[in-house]
Design a protein around this ligand. Structure first.
Ligand SMILES: *Cc1c(COP(=O)(O)O)cnc(C)c1O
Length: 484
């Protein structure tokens, strides 16, 4: 940032505005006026372009680097889908068009995309209906548990106030449940990283509304007891929620609806390859079985007998609106293009190759890093940086050393139940050559950790800023340090 200020020269600017040819307006109240000029650099257009282009090149992105950030599914976004997302027929309609009589006539293409995507997702994951409104995975979770709450109330079971959540769950699960008014009760994991069945049985009861289970779970394990677990929860009168953020491991092969789940959210920005990172935008559609259908957010997108599409607001049992307008439409459009582009067979190959790539890394890295669970994994593998701990090299140091070697770090210290966790998710879009280069870097880091740990403790050395106070940055963000 200093760079552009150092380049500033009085009077330099990017363009010359034509002389004012209308009467000048001078109606700003004194209280709103600046008392001194704003401190902006005075530079040419070329200076500004170079500044922002060079800043962008300091970033890590999927388009520039291998990005194995576990649980985030940072796969490549095909550029053809970006072209579709920019088609004027989709980008130009005014968001409030739907509110005027006949407005939906001009939005038939938009409504058809959404209607068809709802059918695709319902079929792909084994459910009766889908809502596309939620605007992120966490927003989908909130929607899903609200549906469970509405169902309990309808059954005259409002005393069911408890949501069961495994200790390996993503933090958004308890947050969403609490936000919807539930009390969270934690279920332990067993030694194999799966939900402890005895603990589940002990914690089920007439106060339990449901269980939120991540399938496959955040350690990258598929729980072979999942059908039995759903049966147990149903026998106790509760419902089963599937956190589908890890669907990249099973898409096209396993349908959570067939396993017994009543409701599931899908992170389209993960599984269906829409750009994400940095907090959004995303979309978190929610699929449901027939029992939860009446409570879905309104309006619903319906197909008329004449083949046209419309919005139906006559949904008396609906939990209401979850998103304004039609949700994250441009994100949903990209994911719809992805599904149509890949087709049924392509989708099966996504999960096949995602699992193959993760297991390749798991086996190749096993000699250099400790593993708490050594079974076959699904779409991601988890190591513990415990071997180098005595030398002072922690998961954080390994992550930082990877940056110097041209790789985005894996997820670290999550899931919480694995000490010094390094969670690596390669996705299916990476080649064997890229995986081999990553393995070589990890091997080099592991041997340095043993022979010369000091060499890792200062990493990253190649970045414009070195180690940051990440906790401080999150708790006390300084967003205005350039303002005086
Ligand atoms: C990413 C993720 C979420 C939250 O999804 P967002 O779209 O980031 O809100 C929830 N659960 C799991 C397991 C995840 O990986």
């Amino acid at each position: 940032m200093e760079l552009i200020f150092a380049q500033s020269r009085p009077g330099r600017c990017a363009c010359n505005l034509p002389k004012l040819d209308v009467p000048a307006q001078d109606c700003l109240p004194d209280a709103l006026r600046r008392t001194k000029p704003v401190a902006l650099p005075e530079v040419t257009e070329l200076d500004a372009v170079r500044h922002f282009t060079n800043l962008s090149r300091l970033n890590f992105s999927v388009d520039s680097h291998f990005y194995p950030l576990g649980s985030c599914t940072m796969k490549y976004n095909p550029k053809a889908h970006e072209v579709i997302a920019r088609m004027p027929g989709f980008t130009t309609p005014h968001p409030r068009l739907l509110e005027i009589p006949g407005g939906s006539d001009a939005l038939q293409g938009t409504l058809e995309v959404l209607y068809r995507e709802e059918r695709f997702l319902s079929e792909l994951f084994g459910f009766a209906e889908t809502t596309l409104q939620p605007m992120a995975g966490a927003n989908g979770e909130f929607t899903g548990v609200m549906l469970i709450a509405a169902w309990c109330k309808k059954q005259g079971q409002s005393q069911r106030k408890v949501m069961l959540i495994p200790d390996s769950a993503h933090g958004t699960n308890p947050a969403s449940a609490a936000q919807a008014g539930f009390i969270c009760r934690e279920i332990k994991s067993d030694a194999g990283g799966n939900l402890d069945l005895e603990d589940l049985k002990a914690k089920l009861g007439p106060d339990v509304a449901g269980l939120m289970l991540t399938c496959p779970n955040t350690i990258g394990m598929f729980n072979h007891d999942v059908k039995a677990i759903c049966d147990l929860v149903h026998q106790a009168g509760g419902l089963c929620y599937c956190d589908g953020a890890n669907a990249n491991a099973i898409v096209g092969r396993v349908r959570p609806g067939d396993l017994g789940f009543d409701v599931m959210h899908v992170n389209v920005h993960k599984t269906f390859s829409t750009p994400h990172g940095g907090g959004g935008p995303g979309a978190g559609p929610v699929c449901v079985k027939e029992n939860l259908q009446p409570f879905l957010p309104k309006p619903r997108i319906v197909k008329n007998a004449d083949g046209t599409f419309a919005l139906d607001n006559n949904c008396p049992e609906s939990i209401g609106h979850i998103a304004p307008f039609l949700g994250s439409f441009a994100v949903l459009l990209r994911s719809c293009a992805y599904m149509l582009n890949l087709g049924r067979e392509g989708m099966r190959r996504v999960s096949e190759n995602a699992v193959l790539n993760a297991n390749y890394l798991r086996v190749k890295l096993a000699p250099f890093f400790d593993q708490q669970i050594t079974r076959d994994c699904m779409h991601e593998c988890v190591f513990s940086a415990t071997r180098s701990k005595d030398n002072g090299v922690h998961a954080l140091d390994i992550a930082k050393a990877l940056i110097d070697r041209g790789f985005h770090p894996p997820t670290i210290y999550f899931p919480l139940i694995i000490p010094e966790a390094l969670m690596i998710e390669p996705t299916e879009t990476e080649s064997k050559e890229t995986l081999d280069a990553f393995i070589a870097a990890m091997q080099e880091i592991a041997s340095l950790a043993a022979s010369n740990p000091e060499a890792l403790l200062q990493a990253p050395l190649s970045t414009p800023v070195r180690r940051l106070d990440e906790t401080g940055a999150a708790r006390h963000p300084d967003l205005a340090s350039l303002e005086d």
